[in-house]
Design a protein. Structure first.
Length: 401
């Protein structure tokens, strides 16, 4: 199979913790078995949310606007006046202006914003999203849901509907947001190549999708690229072991990679690099490589890819994907991907017609180059360390989720 064939076979909604996600895991496991690996599933529990209903209506006229509940926030029905929060940071908002209000904002429901709305006594929050994400189901992280999600109703509304809503200049509105929260099971798919030592190089890609999206670019593409790397490396023997981790429930807060880090905490000191593949398929934009480590790692990645004629934009910065939980515990990481034109992740329009096989092969080749160089090196070609600046950025990332 070519990488694009994997993408097409995986292009169906694969919500974390669902039967569809398990179906995808079994497909990945079967393909790895056909290559000669002995894959295994590692299961972990998550909280899932199934949307029931969302409704916003003008009190008086009864005119309605479509809204979506944000998963793992509070369900309920409220009435109140609308207010818009434009401020770029919570500390710039007058808390008194939010009491008993229903807030419209384009700010994502991160910890700092939900903390503000809860402390200020807002009745509910509606996050304004791009029109192509009108049917997308957003989800609070498991930790954020436990700390703040139970205390406030959160929903989303498409930009086009939000504009019409405020043009109505309503006195007050009624808002209804309901979803069911349940305990579910997700899983990672694991395969490994033995090495001469106990040291490890880990490759990751998440195979789940958001609840409304068939997830071709995000991230059947990365899954296909990782399968391609696994196929090309099978039968080779390196100094370091090479582990492939196909992560479940990434879209719900990096839950698969967090579960792997927790289950394999005893091995973290043996892991020298994580190569993460997330978002791909566009041949008209450069590959990006986002490193978490030191300048040495950034220079190594840039030189290794340049040596093999792979143009890439290499930056040292965080990337909201499965490399992060490893780097939080000191493991350097690099995330490879490409977005750009026709990038419609987290929406029903993320379909295979925007994915090109050539683009998938190029990222698979880039990952293979990095993995082989590190896996074969007796002496690691960069310092196995994360700079203080990057450690702070990684920790700040998790503290906001």
């Amino acid at each position: 199979m070519q990488p694009i064939d994997y993408v097409k076979a995986l292009t169906f909604v694969r919500r974390g913790g669902s039967e569809q996600e398990l179906k995808a895991a079994k497909l990945i496991s079967s393909w790895l078995s056909e290559m000669g690996y002995k894959p295994k599933l590692e299961h972990f529990h998550i909280y899932d949310a199934v949307v029931k209903a969302g409704r916003l209506a003008l009190i008086g006229s009864g005119k309605e606007f479509p809204v979506m509940p944000v998963g793992l926030s509070r369900s309920g029905d409220v009435e109140g006046k609308l207010t818009i929060v434009h401020a770029p940071e919570p500390e710039l908002v007058d808390k008194n202006s939010l009491r008993d209000m229903i807030v419209l904002t384009s700010n994502s429901p991160r910890r700092k914003w939900l903390k503000l709305f809860v402390e200020a006594g807002a009745k509910a929050v509606l996050v304004v999203v791009a029109n192509h994400r009108e049917k997308a189901v957003m989800m609070l992280s498991q930790a954020l849901a436990e700390d703040l999600g139970k205390k406030i109703m959160v929903g989303s509304i498409a930009y086009k509907h939000a504009v019409k809503l405020i043009e109505e200049e309503p006195e007050s509105v009624s808002l209804s947001l309901h979803h069911e929260i349940k305990l579910s099971e997700s899983q990672n798919v694991i395969a490994e190549l033995p090495g001469e030592s106990e040291r490890l190089v880990v490759l990751t890609a998440h195979y789940d999708s958001t609840p409304c999206s068939p997830g071709a670019q995000d991230n059947a593409a990365g899954t296909a690229e990782l399968l391609e790397v696994a196929k090309k490396l099978f039968g080779k023997r390196f100094f370091r072991r090479v582990r492939f981790v196909f992560c479940g429930s990434e879209e719900k807060g990096l839950l698969g990679s967090k579960a792997h880090v927790a289950l394999h905490a005893y091995e973290l000191e043996k892991m020298d690099l994580v190569v993460n593949l997330d978002v791909g398929g566009n041949p008209f934009v450069r590959i990006f490589a986002k490193t978490i480590g030191t300048d040495e790692l950034k220079s190594f990645v840039k030189a290794a890819l340049f040596e093999h004629g792979i143009p890439a934009e290499v930056k040292m910065e965080t990337y909201s994907s499965d490399g992060m939980p490893f780097s939080r515990y000191g493991v350097p990481s690099v995330s490879l991907g490409r977005g750009g034109v026709e990038y419609k992740a987290h929406s029903p329009y993320d379909t295979p017609d925007a994915v090109c096989n050539v683009a998938l092969v190029e990222i698979a080749n880039a990952a293979e180059v990095l993995v082989e160089k590190v896996a074969n090196a007796r002496l690691l070609p960069f310092e196995r360390r994360i700079s203080d600046e990057m450690r702070k950025k990684v920790e700040d990332y998790f503290q906001q989720r």
